[in-house]
Design a protein around this ligand. Structure first.
Ligand code: BGC
Length: 633
């Protein structure tokens, strides 16, 4: 009898073992959801996380692991596919739906995706990525901060912590848990369309700001991303009239010592601050696309610098690896050390190719295990397992406290470049003639990466204070007036002209002219740039003293005009609280504290001059790096 029982046990065990090998769904029973409605498991102990992750790695099939490495665009994947492919991450690329939509709609979308991930075989919750690069900028009603170039001018670490916190809180209300920010690119050439995403030309500013921002974001369990590794701000110089995409995504050919001196410190700081992901750059280093650069990704970033989080590719960037078909592009990228593949619309082909490549021996299984371990560890570290779903709020996304942080950021970001005869500050009872395309325009105030990739459309609804309303809030109760018609010039004592750069993002903003009358893309065709010159001419005709406020992502050439201006303020792209923040300083409630994070050139031969050059001479420029006046200077 005992023999028969033993025989039956052996027989049943063999059947189970065999079916586990051949039928992955049997493994289903191995995975239990970490979170049920009645119970929350928060795992913070690194040793415990390590054990849990190892358990997953030991039990998951290759298919399930590769599913975790995929990042489809959320509109390119169905809920059924989230479940059946065990998808690990999704993204909403800039301007991809839902656009200009209240956060509760986002929360519904997020919960729906997450519930389906929890119904997959592995029951592993999702990471959902977004570019909340100056506040949660894709969502209607968010508090939008100055873009990074302005925050570099402010250079205030404590402020950055609070900006990280507010951004995280406003992301948390949507559920979205991965932020592709901060950009730690160190811009060395202001013709680059991403200049405003950089804190400035000196890595010193980055090392001051990155730690606090990352901590502010991640303490609310929003995964932060240092990007784009490495050298994106230092691509080779092109003919200065190169135009769109002639600088962005280019080649970097500087000695490794220069790459380390200028472009690495921001990453070291981010890693020390516990940043949980790093995004790879579209650019190349000595002709090798960064997405295939094993020496820099695996040997330097992961091994030498000890980065233990997720390395994510940039949007469709793997397809740019030259001289290889898609299969080999994927093999090169994964073997170089990329863990999550932002292949938003071709994720299914990528998935199949990677599984094939592992079977063919082209990608070692250890590489896949390393990638999935990193992904799961980040999910544990940020409590995504414990709290996968978001409770839908009923309040507004922004709050008065959040707006106060943004308004403070605007005040601190402003740089006073000229103030002849102490024309500024203006008295609150002044009569001001307010002109120019940026005077009452939230689109120009916010710039690219706002609602949509290249900036808002005319009918996008943005909540915020324009410069006009900020000025009115100050003078109307103090006996002054704001006039916006030239015909009222005789009633005014000063003309304030708000000039602006037309919004742009990435390579579409590459611009070899950088003059007040030329826009990005088709130079000269943008109304706002034509309006810049028109407004300046009008102001000149009035004979009033002129103060110019420039809304721009980078310096524009002012050499031919500056002598006609009495005052000049660089206001960068100040965001939704721009109007009140600028008014706070211009009407004297606060002094200027901002300093130029970037050299202001005199002419087009100086666009790629930076304080990082050995022979930098501050006397050569319109305004050198670090320049900025105060009222009593
Ligand atoms: C940009 C990244 C961004 C990604 C996702 C890319 O075009 O280079 O900075 O995070 O899109 O929107």
């Amino acid at each position: 009898m005992r023999k028969i029982v033993l025989f039956l046990i052996v027989l049943f065990s063999s059947i189970i073992l065999y079916s586990c090998k051949t039928n992955p769904t049997v493994l289903n029973t191995t995975f239990t959801s970490e979170k049920t409605s009645s119970q929350t498991t928060v795992t913070t102990n690194p040793q415990e996380i390590k054990q849990k992750v190892e358990q997953y790695i030991n039990n998951m099939t290759l298919e399930q692991k590769v599913g975790q490495m995929m990042m489809p665009e959320k509109n390119s994947v169905t809920l059924q596919e989230i479940r059946s492919y065990n998808i690990g991450t999704v993204l909403s690329g800039a301007g991809q739906n839902p656009v200009n939509t209240p956060y509760i709609v986002w929360a519904d979308i997020y919960n729906n995706l997450q519930k389906n991930a929890l119904l997959s075989e592995t029951k592993i919750p999702l990471l959902y990525g977004i570019d909340a690069v100056h506040g949660n900028n894709a969502v209607y009603g968010a508090t939008l901060f100055p873009h990074n170039i302005g925050l570099g001018a402010a250079n205030d670490a404590d402020l950055m912590y609070r900006i990280g916190e507010v951004t995280a809180e406003e992301m948390a209300k949507t559920g979205v848990n991965w932020n592709f920010s901060p950009t730690v690119a160190v811009v060395q050439n202001i013709q680059w369309g991403r200049t405003y995403e950089s804190f400035g030309e000196n890595p010193e500013i980055h090392t001051n700001l990155v730690e606090k921002y990352v901590q502010g974001l991640q303490q609310f369990d929003r995964v932060s991303t240092a990007k784009h590794f490495i050298g994106d701000g230092g691509t080779d110089l092109r003919d200065h009239t190169g135009g769109d995409w002639s600088i962005d995504q280019g080649n970097v050919s500087i000695p490794f010592s220069e790459l380390s001196r200028i472009h690495l410190p921001g990453y070291i700081e981010a890693i020390e601050s516990g940043v949980s992901s790093v995004m790879i750059s579209y650019s190349s280093f000595y002709g090798i696309k960064m997405h295939q650069n094993k020496e820099l990704i695996t040997d330097l970033l992961k091994e030498e610098l000890g980065f233990d989080g997720i390395v994510v590719s940039d949007y469709d960037a793997i397809k740019q690896i030259p001289n290889a078909d898609y299969y080999h592009q994927l093999v090169l990228a994964v073997n170089a050390g990329i863990d999550v593949l932002m292949e938003p619309h071709t994720w299914k082909t990528a998935y199949n190719n990677i599984i094939q490549a592992v079977s063919n021996g082209d990608i070692p299984i250890e590489r896949i295990n390393d990638a999935v371990s990193r992904i799961l560890t980040v999910k544990y570290k940020h409590n995504i397992f414990a709290n996968p779903l978001v409770e839908k709020g009923t309040d507004k996304l922004s709050t008065e406290e959040h707006k106060a942080v943004a308004r403070e950021a605007v005040r601190k970001s402003l740089v006073l470049l000229k103030n002849d005869n102490d024309l500024l500050p203006l008295e609150k009872n002044s009569n001001v003639l307010l002109l120019g395309p940026g005077a009452n325009n939230l689109i120009l105030q916010n710039g690219g990466w706002t609602v949509r990739w290249q900036g808002p459309h005319e009918n996008d609804n943005i909540e915020g204070t324009s410069i006009l309303s900020g000025f009115q809030n100050n003078v109307l109760n103090s006996g002054g007036n704001i006039y916006t018609n030239l015909s009222d010039a005789s009633l005014a004592s000063v003309a304030v002209v708000v000039l602006a750069e037309t919004p742009y993002a990435e390579g579409q903003g590459d611009n070899g002219y950088l003059e007040l009358e030329y826009g990005p893309n088709n130079e000269g065709s943008h109304t706002s740039h034509i309006d810049n010159i028109k407004a300046l001419n009008e102001a000149k005709m009035t004979g009033l003293p002129i103060v110019v406020i420039l809304l721009s992502g980078r310096p524009l050439l002012v050499t031919d005009y500056i002598d006609e201006w009495d005052g000049f303020i660089a206001a960068w792209l100040p965001g939704t609280e721009g109007g009140n923040g600028i008014a706070d300083v211009i009407f004297g409630d606060y002094d200027f504290t901002g300093k130029l994070p970037i050299t202001w050139p005199k002419d087009n031969t100086q666009f790629a001059h930076s304080v990082m050059m050995e022979d930098y001479n501050p006397l050569n420029y319109q305004y050198p790096y670090g320049y900025g006046l105060k009222y009593n200077d």
